[in-house]
Design a protein around this ligand. Structure first.
Ligand code: GAL
Length: 705
């Protein structure tokens, strides 16, 4: 079901149930929401005990009045189902709704997200209230979208979940012999005789059988998705509105590619730790997560939550410096979001989040710094309505695969003191950003869909530990057909059951790459090696590298050592400079078919990725570097594009402390918005100095529908 929007959503989570005794405050909220230029609120996320104070006693009138009142003032509603936290009566009467820890102990009532996704009672009770909400509000003109539960996550180890896990395994493997083989249970004599013997992994029991742990994680996603489906079915009883559920950052507990198949629109909650490190780096990390969220469904998403000022749960609660609030909202839009929303509209008086930032704080007036910035942001977003529904422009893909990450992080291997996976991703992401190359993050299943790789120019596989069946062949075809591939160390190591591939790694790609990984050395934190280039004009490139040093052998060496024959003679661009593997290849490029395949053997510092991507972008005319600037963009500048409705939109945003000068590439570009503060003057019709947190948005006509 498509979400139909005619403006960028600006608003946030609103909890009027905390203020029902204060009608004046509720009335004042409407005034303040309008002053803050909010056009939407999310209602009902944690309202269950006010909506159903006793079992079956629905009390929806208060909510109805608020929805009507908001709608009369032109404010729309995202309506949540309240399953993220439950009333006490429910847990007291039906203890099975509470989660069990991995040692089997039942949790006490309390906090939120403390419920079993399998429990038939919990499903029945949530479905009952969801149906009732759907009947009452599902056709209300104010209500635009269902918000199912809140930040689904966590695990339950109760007997019902254990049984469901065993049934899921039965379906997956059919016979226990197949399971034993696929799980490698002969190791340490852990062979099972029947599915009935299988228990979920536990730190008090089986916690070394990697394939079991991997399947448990897959099962948790499956079961959570099943619970999500049960809620979606319930709200759809009387309503045909689209649904979302709000996701969390790079949350490791659920495979978001699988979960997002259930929903119509992806939304997520972003709480970057601004001002902790460099804001340019924080913006990169946040930008990459936006790109991941957009890639889950390959279409516009929503920034569902963000803090209008500080959070109350980070180690130190930093206020957002002036103008950052608008910059963060705009960054979401620039990366493909059609909304910029906050947690929360009105700050609560008591309990856990009373000091969390809000649009309306305890003072309660409109004359606050935060309110002023929120209103300015709302005004800006109101001018950008034409961008709604347009698609982000990207030429590159980074592989991001939950199964592979789960397996890799659980494995005991060359570096148990930290693989620094996300750091590696960010090195690539930073280099792509500095080249002005738009990127999607996709899992293997998405990339293996027919036609998907054919649209990609550059595919990056950073530590792609697990290759599912057929992935290697898809990647090979991609390269042979003209694609550019960059693969790194610790890729193509295991199959989908975390069993090591035999016969050479990266599995299936040794011919494409022209190298085979022979061994991998773990480095202590205090160690490093160096990657050295060829000497040209008395100079040579050198890059420090850390953590892991893979030792690739090329065709020639391989023939000499094993007699095996590999095709292709890769160009060796960098070699190790130290240790017993000094002189072995560390960065190679192999021409294969009409494409090329790069192999990076170690985790180098950021410069290497920038130099590598710059060269690729220049040679293949990729991104802004390849087509316009010829040189890397300044650090901290993000340039992204969206296209559709006959236009191409370009966003320049500066997250560095220094001002940056940008020049529009041609007369066809028309400026549609810039920040209205600071000295960001147009130098001439096409050049502009953008201050920290400043921006420039422009558009040009394009053929794209
Ligand atoms: C989110 C959550 C909100 C609120 C917020 C505080 O993770 O969905 O309900 O707790 O964090 O930052």
């Amino acid at each position: 079901m498509e979400l139909k929007m005619d403006r960028i959503w600006h608003g946030g989570d609103y909890n009027p149930e905390q203020w029902l005794e204060f009608p004046d405050i509720l009335e004042e909220d409407i005034v303040l929401l309008k002053k803050a230029k909010c056009n939407i609120v999310t209602l009902g996320v944690f309202s269950w005990s006010m909506l159903e104070p006793q079992e079956g006693n629905w009390q929806f009138d208060w909510l109805g009045k608020i929805i009507d009142r908001l709608w009369a003032e032109g404010i729309s509603v995202i309506l949540a189902t309240p399953s993220g936290a439950r009333p006490k009566w429910l847990a007291d009467r039906y203890p099975q709704v509470l989660r069990c820890n991995e040692d089997g102990t039942r949790r006490f009532y309390g906090t939120r997200h403390n419920h079993c996704y399998t429990s038939p009672v919990y499903r029945e009770k949530t479905a009952a209230i969801d149906r009732a909400l759907s009947k009452r509000f599902g056709a209300h003109p104010a209500v635009k979208l269902w918000h199912i539960s809140n930040e689904l996550g966590g695990e339950c180890f109760c007997p019902l979940c254990q049984e469901a896990f065993r049934n899921w395994l039965r379906d997956r493997y059919q016979s226990i012999d197949v399971l034993n083989r696929r799980w490698s249970t002969v190791f340490w004599s852990h062979v099972y005789d029947s599915f009935d013997q299988i228990e979920a992994p536990s730190s008090n029991g089986e916690n070394q059988l990697h394939a079991l742990k991997l399947d448990w994680k897959r099962f948790v996603t499956h079961q959570t998705a099943d619970f999500l489906r049960s809620e979606i079915r319930a709200v759809r009883t009387y309503s045909n509105l689209p649904v979302t559920t709000n996701l969390m950052y790079y949350y490791r507990g659920l495979d978001y590619f699988k979960l997002s198949k259930e929903i119509d629109v992806v939304s997520w909650d972003t709480y970057p730790t601004w001002h902790k490190h460099s804001d340019a780096e924080t913006a990169l990390d946040n930008g990459m997560c936006h790109d991941l969220m957009r890639s889950l469904k390959g279409k516009p998403f929503l920034q569902m939550e963000s803090s209008p000022s500080a959070t109350n749960w980070q180690g130190v609660s930093k206020l957002k410096k002036p103008h950052l609030l608008a910059a963060q909202a705009l960054q979401a839009v620039a990366h493909g979001s059609d909304g910029a929303m906050y947690f929360q509209i009105r700050q609560s008086r008591g309990s856990a989040e009373k000091f969390h930032g809000a649009v309306i704080d305890h003072y309660g007036g409109a004359d606050t710094r935060v309110m002023h910035e929120v209103a300015q942001t709302g005004e800006l977003l109101a001018k950008l309505g034409e961008i709604v529904g347009t698609r982000a422009v990207s030429e590159a893909v980074i592989l991001y695969d939950w199964d592979s990450i789960w397996a890799m992080e659980d494995s005991q291997g060359p570096r148990n003191e930290g693989l620094h996976y996300t750091e590696l991703l960010l090195h690539f992401y930073r280099a792509l950003t500095r080249c002005g190359i738009g990127v999607d993050l996709k899992d293997e299943e998405s990339l293996m869909q027919p036609g998907v790789l054919a649209k990609v120019r550059l595919l990056i596989i950073p530590m792609g530990y697990m290759f599912r069946c057929g992935f290697d062949r898809a990647v090979e075809a991609f390269v042979r057909d003209g694609g550019i591939l960059i693969t790194t160390f610790w890729s193509g190591i295991v199959d989908e059951n975390d069993r090591c591939y035999l016969g050479g790694i990266p599995h299936g790609l040794t011919q494409v790459l022209g190298v085979r990984s022979s061994e991998i050395d773990g480095l202590y934190d205090w160690e490093h090696n160096v990657l050295v280039g060829r000497e040209t004009d008395g100079e040579r490139n050198e890059y420090e590298c850390r953590y892991l040093c893979d030792l690739p052998v090329t065709t020639g060496l391989d023939e000499a050592m094993t007699g095996a024959h590999l095709h292709g003679k890769p160009d060796i661009l960098l070699k190790y400079g130290k240790d017993f593997y000094q002189g072995m290849p560390a960065l190679t490029r192999n021409i294969c078919g009409s494409g090329e395949a790069w192999y990076l053997a170690s985790h180098a510092g950021e410069k290497l990725y920038e130099d590598m991507l710059l060269r690729i972008a220049q040679e293949h005319r990729l991104g802004l570097v390849g087509r316009e600037t010829g040189a890397l963009l300044p650090n901290g500048l993000q340039v992204t594009q969206r296209a559709g409705n006959g236009w191409c939109y370009r966003f320049y945003q500066n997250f560095s402390e220094e001002s940056v000068e940008v020049t529009l590439p041609g007369n066809e570009w028309e400026v549609i918005a810039t920040e209205q503060w600071g000295e960001g003057v147009m130098e001439d019709a096409h050049s502009r100095i953008i201050p920290q947190y400043g921006f420039l948005i422009c558009r040009k006509a394009s053929g794209e529908a």
